[in-house]
Design a protein around this ligand. Structure first.
Ligand code: ACO
Length: 332
């Protein structure tokens, strides 16, 4: 069974409500029908009722039985606006601004999740990553004890001998442009949880990547990764985690054995922590485009699950991301 089929099966076992703020978007209506038919989640489409209906008709999607909510006319609008105001008044948001924000399906959807009227949210077929992330960061906030929100990419490789039966978890490739050592350590702790809960990797073997392996180069960027390793060991002593190490030392057994002798991770890593967003984002795209990997992403560290899509996403990508979000909601 592929990792995604496994995730869908888990999602079906305890069905969650997932809100889709881009409810009148053509791929989203088609995905919602599949999600309902396959029992992956209870989708809620947000947007103008007529626009949602038109998008469904024009794209051959039967959305009967799927909840649709128009924030503009919703009886919950005032409650969400008041709660949003309470959450953001210390940031200068006025009651009028809160009402205006709550009318926006992106913010309305986030408030549904915040107040427990939905278990998770998936958006980004239309919105940019930043526009999707900002309301989640401002309102949902991080889980207790977690410093920053970040992401993990689940990379399914054609070679089953690499990582965990051909699966590698890459983190962070979406959110934190320039993490500090403390933030890198926090990203590593979250990636371990993602590896366990979404991929079923019982023993995540975590490598903190660098252009240096075990002191082979001296540079402030290398020192930052070394510090992150120390902090991550303090935060989660039970984790099998090592670094700093180069990519090849992390995943190729012979190179790991020669460059990082005795490491519990080198040559056998299944979770790779990139030192910054440039490395992580470029790394996942190279793996996908040149390495033939299938990639799907989740955000991690949020108190409740909200996930971003690529604007080039397919209907299948939306279905998969909803399934991942539903499983995260089961573990939230
Ligand atoms: N974790 C937790 N909270 C955060 C984080 C984080 N990683 N980043 C920002 N915040 C909080 C801030 O503390 C702030 O909270 P407050 O308003 O309550 O004080 C709030 O979020 C907004 O912070 P800003 O700094 O104003 O937000 P900013 O405009 O910098 O946006 C963002 C944050 C969107 C995450 C930014 O860092 C970003 O654009 N990251 C890159 C996204 C991207 O383009 N990724 C690559 C493309 S995706 C792909 O290729 C798959």
């Amino acid at each position: 069974m592929s990792i995604i089929d496994g995730v869908k099966a888990k999602a079906r076992a305890c069905v969650k409500t997932i809100v889709l703020p881009e409810g009148d978007e053509k791929r989203t209506v088609r995905a919602a029908a599949i999600i309902r038919d396959e029992g992956i989640a209870r989708p809620v489409l947000l947007g103008n009722t007529q626009s949602i209906r038109r998008a469904a008709e024009e794209n051959g999607a039967d959305i009967s039985g799927i909840s649709g909510v128009d924030p503009e006319t919703s009886p919950e609008l005032r409650r969400y606006a008041d709660a949003l105001y309470e959450l953001r008044k210390n940031k200068g948001v006025t009651p009028e601004e809160a009402l205006k924000l709550a009318r926006d399906p992106m913010y309305y959807g986030i408030m549904m999740v915040k107040l427990g009227d939905a278990d998770g949210l998936v958006s980004g077929a239309v919105h940019t990553t930043g526009d999707m992330l900002r309301p989640a960061l401002q309102l949902i906030k991080t889980k207790p004890g977690i410093k920053v929100v970040s992401s993990s990419f689940l990379m399914e490789l054609p070679n089953p001998n690499i990582g965990w039966n051909g699966l590698l978890v890459y983190s962070d490739c979406v959110v934190m442009p320039c993490p500090t050592a403390e933030e890198l350590a926090s990203i590593a702790v979250c990636a371990a949880e993602t590896a366990r809960t979404l991929c079923g990797i019982e023993e995540p073997r975590m490598a903190l990547l660098s252009f240096s392996t075990k002191g082979s180069a001296k540079h402030e960027l290398v020192s930052k990764v070394q510090q992150a390793v120390t902090i991550a060991h303090e935060l989660a002593p039970e984790l099998t985690l090592d670094g700093e190490m180069q990519f090849d030392a992390a995943i190729i057994p012979e190179i790991g054995a020669s460059k990082a002798k005795g490491s519990p991770v080198a040559g056998r890593a299944n979770v790779l922590i990139f030192p910054d967003l440039q490395a992580g984002n470029i790394g996942y795209k190279i793996t996908e485009r040149l390495g033939g990997a299938k990639a799907c992403a989740v955000l991690q560290g949020l108190a409740k699950p909200c996930n971003d899509l690529s604007r080039g996403c397919s209907v299948d990508d939306i279905v998969t991301t909803v399934a991942l979000t539903a499983v995260q909601a089961q573990n939230a």
